[in-house]
Design a protein around this ligand. Structure first.
Ligand SMILES: CC(C)(COP(=O)(O)OP(=O)(O)OC[C@H]1O[C@@H](n2cnc3c(N)ncnc32)[C@H](O)[C@@H]1OP(=O)(O)O)[C@@H](O)C(=O)NCCC(=O)NCCS
Length: 143
C-alpha cells in the first residue's frame, strides 16, 4: 500500500460551521447532515491519495459520541486505512470546536467508508493505476 499520510498532519479534509438549518426537532445537529459531510470528507481523502473518480460503496461503524450544536465548527479528518485493488477504505474522524467556548474541542463522531475508483462507464478500475491511463481516458486539463 502507498502512503497513509492523509491525516491530521495535512489538516482536516473539511471544516464546516453548523447552521440552524442543520438541526433536528430537538435543536441539535441532525445526524444525516454529519453523514453527508463525512462522505464528502472521505471522498476528499480518497482523491488526495489518488485522483480517481470515486463512488461510495459502503459506510460502516458510524458512531455518534457527543451532540453537535448550532455554531460549532466541525473538522473532518480523513485517513487512508486500506488500499485494495479497486477500493480505498478511509477512516473519518470528526471533532467539534464549541461555539460557546472555542477552547473546548471534543471528538463527536467517526466512521469508516469504502470508495471504489470507477471509470466514465461507472466500472471499477485499479486504484494504483495512474488515473490518466485508466481505460485510455485522459484527465480533464486544467484551464
Ligand atoms: C461501487 C460499484 C461500482 C462496485 O461495483 P461491483 O460490481 O460491486 O464491483 P466489485 O464487486 O468488483 O467490487 C469493487 C470493489 O468494491 C468492494 N466492495 C464492493 N461492495 C462492498 C461493500 N459492501 N463493502 C465494502 N467493499 C465493497 C470490493 O471488495 C472491491 O474492492 P477491491 O477491488 O479493492 O477488492 C457499484 O456497486 C456501484 O456503482 N455502486 C453505487 C455507488 C454509488 O453510486 N454511490 C453513491 C451513493 S448512491
Amino acid at each position: 500500500m502507498g502512503s497513509t499520510s492523509v491525516n491530521r498532519e495535512m489538516g482536516p479534509a473539511l471544516r464546516v460551521v453548523m447552521m440552524p438549518r442543520d438541526t433536528n426537532p430537538q435543536g441539535t445537529i441532525f445526524g444525516g447532515i454529519l453523514l453527508s459531510y463525512i462522505d464528502q470528507a472521505g471522498a476528499v481523502a480518497a482523491r488526495e491519495y489518488q485522483p480517481h473518480r470515486f463512488v461510495t460503496v459502503a459506510m460502516d461503524k458510524v458512531e455518534f459520541k457527543q451532540p453537535v450544536f448550532v455554531g460549532d465548527l466541525l473538522s473532518f479528518y480523513g485517513r487512508v486505512m486500506k488500499v485494495g485493488r479497486t477500493s480505498v477504505t478511509i477512516h473519518v474522524s470528526v471533532e467539534a470546536q464549541r461555539f460557546t467556548d472555542p477552547r473546548e474541542v471534543v471528538p463527536v463522531t467517526e466512521a469508516e467508508l469504502v470508495y471504489v475508483a470507477v471509470n466514465k462507464r461507472h466500472e471499477p478500475v485499479p486504484v494504483e493505476t495512474p488515473p490518466e491511463t485508466v481505460g485510455g481516458e485522459a484527465l480533464p486539463k486544467a484551464d
